[in-house]
Design a protein around this ligand. Sequence first.
Ligand code: SF4
Length: 456
Amino acid sequence: MLKPMNENYFCKPMTSNTLQKKIFLETYGCQMNEYDSELVRSILKKENFEFVVDELAADIVMLNTCAIREHAHRKVYGRVHSIRHARGQERPVMIGILGCMATNLRQDLLEDRSLKIDFIAGPDSYKRLPQLIQEASCDGQKSYDVTLSEFETYSDVYPSRQEGGVNAWLAVMRGCNNFCTFCVVPYTRGRERSRSPENIVDEVRRLAAEGFKQVTLLGQNVNSYCYDDHDFAYLMDEVSKVENIERIRFSSPHPKDFPDRFLDLMVANPKICKHIHLPLQAGNNRILDMMNRTYTNEDFLNLVDKIRTKIPNVALTTDVIVGFPTETDGEFEDTLEIVTRARFDSAFIFKYSERHGTIASKEYPDDVTEEIKTERIMQLNKIQKEITYQKNLAHVGETQTVLLEPYPEAKNKNLMPGRTDGNILVILPQGPYKGGDMIKVRITAATPHALKGQSV
Ligand code: SF4
């Protein structure tokens, strides 16, 4: 039987002394989820929970889930079964589901007897996790809280980040008001609300003191950041004044919120990386309208032109969805044309898949066959791969400033990974440098996925 938290239970929950406290936390989906997992660690460590890297050593397994892509959703169901299977009957483990899927599929998750989920917490309920875990510690009890908040920004929680990192994610706003018809975010993460600039700058100062060199400001719709009279340009400018932070990135913006003032700041401010992830989603105006993206393909191309005129060396990347309901071959060709004309540095291309609770799932039958979606994604990937390769080749011979990443990310011990200002991966031989160093690198070769270089 489902019970919301705070109802009376038949058994007395364990006290914080008797509660098993070793947690294994696994994160799916976007950078915002990675950041939320850092918040969750911080909240639970304060209550003396311990995080372990060995799943089998944990008393509690928490999956911080994503509801944006279908494969993430399927993966989580499979993971829950495999966790239970690995333990067998003798070594039960408490399982909690967090994140967007928790909000979106709460009822299904709790009622599915084969999953046996113990507790569920939506993205605005992480401060209540200690209580939810305690309540679920009674045999056979389940607890959940997926309430959406108009105010929660976790501005009073300092995330528990991995030590020795170079880049820190930092959510400056949460939620989204845009209601793109394919997207669950407005339902799973609620309405937009922003943290104060002072609070954000304080956190960035602390990050600089801890040795981080780059911050990536996050938001579901990051450039619609708004706190009192302060917009995203103001925030970026304030963050850039923090000493010892060398680079600032942001993700993900919406094409509707790019005032000249912001682009001018990007040009003038050397700390703001010249990289914009600009989600196109589709290149046909009827489909864009059905998606409620609020721009036409002409608007989008005009914005691309304006950005490239103001910031000639900018790197542009994008997201595209193929096979949105009713998309015809001709309409898909419009997407091919826009992608060809925009010449993105790289693109994330997805097949449309219906998400529970979205406007599209209620109004538009998912009528483009899997076969056609596969054909379209292959066509688009082929075109984009060639463009990416050409763009990467154009960097050969240049000298770029590269921020080196922490060494463990390199698979080959003799190589070192880093990122250009435009966020392109560069691989170079090991040398007298380490993660966090900014060095000049001459680009010597290119592949469709990365650049190769030598320090100069
Ligand atoms: S802008 Fe659209 S796609 Fe992005 S989070 Fe908001 S509703 Fe979803």
